[in-house]
Design a protein around this ligand. Structure first.
Ligand code: HEC
Ligand code: HEC
Length: 324
């Protein structure tokens, strides 16, 4: 009952609950005490004075004992329940029970059950787990529950959400256990500053966008691209003189045909003009370090057939996809 935002309502609810229960008890007491007597002047023969069908009289017997006790026990139960469990406004109850604490207890119990299994997995490096089918099966389930809403159930991402099956060259960071574990644990923010003002008007931005398209051999306007080339020096600090990107800064490779934020002149001009703040939220509050270890192995396995842990390099399992 910690959901109340206003001090009045918990009091209101508590008072109505207590008044209702005590009201029942009071009614019971009054009904047990008050004697119903016949009309004045009538023979007092323990009847209410109501007569039907000439001689059918309504007796005024007390309620059966068992029924009375049932009623009293109900009132006692109600008061006891409200003392022990949360129910009276924001009073947490003597047991301090809550759905939150019950959920936390379940979670602790389940994690304790899974601990020996995870201990076996965390004893091995992430790269070794790529060959461990049981770890991958758990990793896949963790991925489906925690990552697929952004990265897709096949890990191939969508616009602004990176394709995790890509080869290293198309990754924002250095594809490997360390980068994946760090990203999942702490999240990451990719910041491309808005560069419109530094570049000039729409005409200049269009020329620069055509130059960027030329870097990957994408269809582009040759004249615009050659005019745009000199402006690329403003981008080189992050994306490199050759446009191959900088993984330490998270600046993507502009020479491949993988476009995180959309492909084509309009999309690239938009990024140059408005920049991009791309956020992956940290998952450490939702997943344990052991779970992150295992889900990272699953991510590494997404292009496993071509991943050589020894060489630390990867070639694409599926060709990088263009996001139009
Ligand atoms: C709310 C959406 C969201 C969720 C949930 C999410 N991610 Fe991400 N993830 C992103 C975004 C956006 C980026 C790109 C950040 C950037 O541009 O720097 C990203 C980046 C990454 C990267 C780095 C890719 C690269 O090219 O370097 C990895 C690895 C990754 N996520 C793995 C995961 C895993 C594993 C999970 C689940 C435990 C997960 N993500 C959950 C949105 C999400
Ligand atoms: C301060 C560093 C920095 C500078 C300067 C910079 N960028 Fe970027 N750029 C980034 C980062 C980081 C990203 C990735 C954002 C993300 O994680 O989503 C990015 C993304 C992009 C993308 C999207 C790539 C894709 O795959 O969709 C394009 C296009 C781009 N930059 C072009 C440029 C151009 C052109 C310039 C020069 C005008 C420039 N950038 C200057 C850091 C920079």
């Amino acid at each position: 009952m910690s959901d109340f935002t206003n001090g009045f309502w918990p009091l209101y609810v508590a008072i109505i609950s207590l008044v209702s229960i005590l009201g029942c008890a009071w009614l019971l007491w009054i009904a047990g005490k008050a004697k119903v007597t016949g009309h004045p002047g009538q023979v007092q023969d323990n009847t209410t004075g109501h007569v039907w069908d000439e001689n059918l009289r309504e007796l005024n017997n007390p309620l059966p004992r068992w029924w009375m006790w049932l009623f009293i026990l109900t009132v006692i139960f109600g008061l006891g329940y409200l003392a022990i469990f949360p129910g009276l406004g924001s009073f947490t109850g003597l047991l301090k029970w809550s759905t939150d604490s019950e959920h936390a207890r379940d979670l602790t119990r389940i994690r304790a059950q899974a601990a020996p299994l995870y201990a076996e997995f965390t004893a091995q490096p992430v790269e070794a787990l790529v060959k461990e089918p049981r770890a991958l099966a758990i990793g896949e389930r963790l991925f489906m529950n925690n990552c697929s809403q952004c990265h897709g159930s096949d890990g191939r991402g969508s616009k602004s959400y990176p394709n995790l099956t890509n080869a290293n060259a198309a990754w924002l960071g250095e594809r490997g256990a360390e980068h994946i574990v760090r990203t999942v644990t702490s999240g990451r923010t990719g910041v491309m500053p808005p560069m419109g003002a530094a570049i000039g008007g729409d005409a200049e931005i269009s020329e620069l966008a055509n130059y960027v398209l030329s870097l990957s051999g994408s269809p582009h306007n040759e004249i615009k691209a050659s005019n745009g080339k000199k402006m690329f020096s403003a981008c080189a600090a992050c994306h490199g003189m050759d446009g191959k990107g900088n993984k330490a800064l998270g600046a993507p490779n502009l020479t491949d045909d993988y476009w995180l934020h959309g492909w084509g002149e309009a999309a690239i001009a938009g990024i140059i003009k408005n920049g991009k703040n791309n956020v992956m939220p940290a998952q450490a509050s939702r997943l344990t370090a052991e779970q992150i270890h295992v889900v990272s192995a699953y991510v590494l396995s997404l292009s496993r057939s071509s991943f050589s842990a020894a060489a630390g390099t990867a070639v694409p399992l599926v060709p990088p996809r263009q996001t139009p």
